[in-house]
Design a protein around this ligand. Sequence first.
Ligand code: FMN
Length: 186
Amino acid sequence: MGLLGEGITEVIAVTKDNAAPMGIIVKPGMSPRMILFKGSATVENILKHGWVTANFVSDCYLYPQYAFSNAAPSDFSEVFVGGVMMQRLLGADAWMGFLTRVLHETEETYYIELMPVASEYIREDPRPINRGFNSVIDATVHATRYVHSRDDSLKMLIEYHLGIIAKCGGPREREAGVLLKEICGL
Ligand SMILES: Cc1cc2nc3c(=O)[nH]c(=O)nc-3n(C[C@H](O)[C@H](O)[C@H](O)COP(=O)(O)O)c2cc1C
């Protein structure tokens, strides 16, 4: 699957005029899938327009930024792929374009099949492993739930990851940590 490894790959999903972190699920012998909770702009756009691009980024700050605020029009570049005008993140290291199909709906989610129609590598240099980067992703996942539930166990997880960001992260990870603290009121 090229850019997508087996398991769940955390990308910035771009749909019409919108960006948000989302996971893409890859299992052997199956097309890639997304499980999308109802209520997001991402799911509404996919249902309406039938496409999504997966954007691979090495700037960790983009995960909390796009989880909690809207993208600007200047963040996107238009790409005509699969017979459709899609958008991708201008700052992506790499991206893939997908046409989408709803496979299944539950009370809370849509299960979406992704049919790849394009992919492009823009930045070739590898991203070094940094625990701070990974903790920004984890803390952002917990923060998207914490802002609604104010659950103490999530707060503890976020604080654990903020500690790793402070210890192992570079300047951009620390900026993302400050943003997450503000968002969570910590
Ligand atoms: C790393 C990461 C992965 C996420 N994966 C998913 C996902 O697979 N499905 C989902 O519905 N929400 C997921 N979320 C939560 C959405 O990003 C969040 O609800 C976001 O606010 C939706 O934005 P939107 O309304 O602009 O689409 C994820 C969040 C993070 C930080």
